[in-house]
Design a protein around this ligand. Structure first.
Ligand code: GSH
Length: 270
């Protein structure tokens, strides 16, 4: 463990989160930066939204009772993916696009506007987010590199899996090209001249190919294996060739400047 012990966040149960009528509650797995949950946490941090963390139940059956551990989650949200987000008495939000829209609306005054007012910039921001987080985007393709129960949920087949690394590399090339063009106009951001949702989402999701150093992403008992897997993804061809220093610098700049670092994860720090 490092000299400075990271803050240990409190986690409430999903049941508690679902029955509360005020506050913003988001589900997490303690110690594990599940990418979409980690990204939403960063989005909410930038927007100055205090989060109440709830425990996201794991897939599978309870060893003692044999009951589906996600039954209550399904009852509350009609789905099971991590994270789900509750705000006051509003309907739960389970998809990043809706979670982002909500965060933009409830964010504190004076915080960065993550969805630009300018429609041309907005089209760029949302388009970039879509190719990173949406169906058949970078993360979806990363999830089907190998066969697993999670990969099966996201359309794993031998054929799709074979095509996935090249698709991921294609997105990386597009991001790098954009960052290079932005550099020419003196901007460190993916779109325009200020931070947007595209920067925060990309910097977080790109961890699945390039995990940051422990000063940004501390190692825990729960995330150790995941971080190793992420690093291995970044070494695959043709991904390694497309993962430029420019992309890594952008990730570091965005996470260190706008997000809470070292990331506060809970779980068991190593
Ligand atoms: N539902 C989210 C994505 C979150 C997501 O895909 N989470 C995966 C893990 S990376 C998950 O929990 N899948 C299991 C499930 O759907 O039950 C969205 O589309 O915005």
């Amino acid at each position: 463990m490092s000299d400075q012990a990271p803050t240990t966040p409190e986690f409430i149960t999903l049941d508690e989160a679902g029955s509360m009528t005020s506050g913003t509650r988001v589900t997490f797995i303690p110690g594990l930066p599940a990418l979409y949950a980690e990204a939403l946490k960063n989005i909410c941090f930038v927007k100055g939204i205090p989060l109440i963390r709830a425990i996201h139940p794991m897939m599978g059956a309870d060893k003692e009772t044999g009951e589906d551990r996600q039954a209550r989650l399904y009852e509350l949200t009609s789905q099971t993916s991590i994270p789900t987000m509750f705000h006051d008495e509003e309907r739960p939000r389970n998809v990043w696009l809706e979670q982002l829209g909500l965060a933009e609306r409830i964010g504190a005054p004076g915080t960065p506007q993550l969805i630009p007012r300018d429609f041309s910039e907005r089209a760029d921001v949302m388009g970039l987010c879509e190719i990173v987080l949406g169906e058949d985007g970078l993360v979806w393709n990363m999830r089907i590199f190998g066969d697993s129960p999670l990969a099966r949920k996201y359309g794993y087949s031998d054929d799709a899996s074979e095509l996935a690394p090249a698709k991921v590399a294609e997105v990386l090339a597009l991001i790098d090209e954009r960052l290079a063009k932005q550099e020419e106009i003196g901007s460190r951001y993916l779109v325009g001249e200020a931070v947007t949702a595209a920067d925060i989402y990309w910097a977080t999701m790109s961890m699945c190919l390039s995990p940051p150093e422990p000063d940004i992403m501390p190692v825990t008992k729960q995330n150790k294996g995941m971080l190793k897997f992420f690093a291995m993804n970044g070494q695959m061809s043709p991904i390694a060739e497309s993962l430029t220093e420019r992309i890594k610098d952008h990730q570091r700049y965005i996470l260190a400047t706008y997000c809470e670092t070292p990331a506060v994860l809970g779980g068991d720090p190593l």
